[in-house]
Design a protein around this ligand. Sequence first.
Ligand code: ADP
Ligand code: MG
Length: 640
Amino acid sequence: MQEKGNLSIHSENILPIIKKWLYSDADIFVREMISNAADAITKLKKLVDLGEAPHVSKEERYAIYVSVDKDLKIIQFEDNGVGMTAEEIKEYITRIAFSGANDFLSKYQDKMDASSEIIGHFGLGFYSVFMVADKAQIDSLSYAEGAEAARWVCEGGVEYELSDSDRAERGTLITLYIGEDGKEFLDEYKLRSVLTKYCSFIPVDIFFKDTPKKEAPQKSEKDETDEKDGGIIDMDEKSEDEPKPINDTHPLWLKPAGDCTDEEYKKFYHKVFTDFNDPLFWIHLNMDYPFRLKGILFFPKLKHELEYIEGQVKLYNNQVFIADNIKEVIPEFLLLLKGVIDCPDLPLNVSRSFLQNDGAVNKMSGYISKKVADKLNSLSKKDRDNYNAYWDDISPFIKYGAIKERDFYDKVKESILYKTTAGDYVTLAEFTSRNAEKTDKTIFYVTNEQLQAQYIKMFKDQGMEAMILTTNLDNPFVSYVETYESGLTFNRIDSDISNSLKETTEEQKEAQEALEALFRKALDNEKLQVRTENLKSDSVSAIMLLSEQSRRMKEMSKMFGGGMDMPGMYEDEEILALNTANPLVKTLLALKDQEDRAADVELICWHLYDLAMLSHKPLGTDQMTRFIERSNKILERIAG
Ligand code: ADP
Ligand code: MG
C-alpha cells in the first residue's frame, strides 16, 4: 500500500496558527503525546471490558514508553493501546479539527463512566509536535482482528505519506525527528523534567528509556534497573529488577477523603511541593455537580513574612497537568496556598480568554472559596485550640482573601481571630464585648510590641487590652473591617489616649500653655504641638501621639506608592502629650522660671521629647547621637 494525500484543512497556515495561538509552550507536545497514548489505552481497556476485543488478554499490562536518542535526534512515544488502521489515521490525524475522541465518545457515550475519562478534547493535539519536530512518523497496529500495520509520515507541511508499516505489536509508536526549535528536549534531563511536570499523575504507567526501542521493552529488562529516578514521584518499593514508572497512576486526590490518612496527605504534600515541612491542615475537594472537581488544598506553614509567600496550585485535567496558578479557576487569594485541582471539564489547551468568559469556571472559583470558608469555620468551632495555634500562619491568607472578596469575608468573619495583649486569640465580637465598658467602639492595637511597650504597660495597668496586629496586611485590613463593621474604629495604641487612662478629662489650660511655650523655646520649634494629660499612671512622663489617619495614609502610600515617602506632607501630625501627674513634669513646671536652672530645663525638655519619640519610632542618627551624649551628661552629674 502506498498513498499520498493532502491534509484537509482550510488554511495552509494552520501550523503557524497552532504554534502561536493554541500552545504557548513548546514542551506541551510531550503532554499531548502522552495523553493520546493514555487515551488509546483507556479506549482499549473499555473495549476489553465491553467484550469487543476478545483476543486481548484481560491480564494485559498497559504502559507508555518514552525514549530519546540525542545522536539520532529522535524522541519516541509508544503505547500498547487501541492503535489505528490506515483509515483511522487518515480520519483522526489528517482531518484536523475532527476529533477522534469525539467520534469515540459519541459511539460509547452511554457506556462511559467518569473513571474511564478520555483526555483529548480538541482534535489538534497531535500537531503540537511540529513545534519541535521537522518530521513526525506514526507506526500503528490496530487492536482489530486482522488489522494491518500502517505508517504515516509528515514533515509539518500540508502533505503526508501513508504506507505499510513493519510494526508487529498492537499499539502506536510515534517517532519525532527533532529540529532546531526542539533540540533542548533531546537532553534526557530536560525531557524527564517535562514528563514530570505534565505527566506525574497520568492514569497509565509511563516508563522512560534513554535509547529508543523498536519493540516495547520487557518488564524484566536489566538496563532499566540502573535508571536513576529524576522525577518527584517515585513509586514505593517495587522489587529490584522491575523498572519504575515515572508517574503515580492513582493520585491521592482521587481517593475518597474518608479513606485518606494524615500520613498520606503529608507524604503527597512533601513529594509534590518538595517542601519538607508538614502542612498545617488541608481541604479535600470533591464535587460532581454542576461540574466535576476534585483536589486537595494545603495550608502551608509559613517560614517568612507575607512578602515571601509563594503558593502553587496545580491545575489538572483528568490527571494531566495543565498549568500552575490559573487565577480564573482558583480564587486569587488561594493561590497563596499549595494544592492540586483536577477539573475534567476543562479543555486541555487552556486559553485565558476562554476561561475568563466561562460561567462554569467562575462558579468553580466560587465553590472553592466556599469550601475553604466552610473548613475554616468548622475548624474554628470544633477545634478552637488547634485553630488558635494555626492562626499566625493562616491569617495572611484569610485577611488577603477577606480584602479580595467581600463574600469570603462575610463567610469567615466569625473565624477571623485577633491576637491580644492579654495573650490570647479572640474574634472581633469577643474582643468588643469584653472591652465594651472601657473602650466602647474604639479598638486599640499594637503594631510593634517592643517599641510600643510603654503604651502596652499603661493599658495593662488599667486592666485594658489591645490587639496585636503586626503584618503589612493589617493596615489595609483594619480599614476594610472599619468599612464593613459599622461604628468600629481602629486606633493604634499611640495615636490617642483612651479616656480610661486619664484621671480626669478636664483641660488644664494654664499648665498646657506654659509647657507648650517652654518646649517650643527649648527645642527651638515653634510648630511643636504640646498637650497635657492627667494620667492615672504617674510613672509615664511623656508620650508622642501620632494621628491614626495620617499614619495610615503614610503607610499606604509607602506600600502602594512605590515606597515614596513625601517629606513634609504629614509632618505636623505629631503631638507631644505630657503627663501632669508625673513628678518630673511637675518639677519642670516649678523650675521653668528659674534663670539659674535654664540649662537643666532645656536638657530635660530635650530628653523628655526623645524618650517620648523612642517608643514611637527609632531615633534618627543625629538624634540618637545627641540622646546618648545627653544621657552620659546626666549620669556624670549624678555621679559627681
Ligand atoms: P484529540 O486527542 O483531542 O482527539 P489529537 O490531535 O491529539 O486530538 O489526536 C487526534 C486523534 O488521533 C485522537 O482522537 C485519536 O483518535 C488518534 N490518536 C492520536 N494518537 C493516538 C494513539 N497513540 N493511539 C491511538 N489513536 C491515537
Ligand atoms: Mg490528544
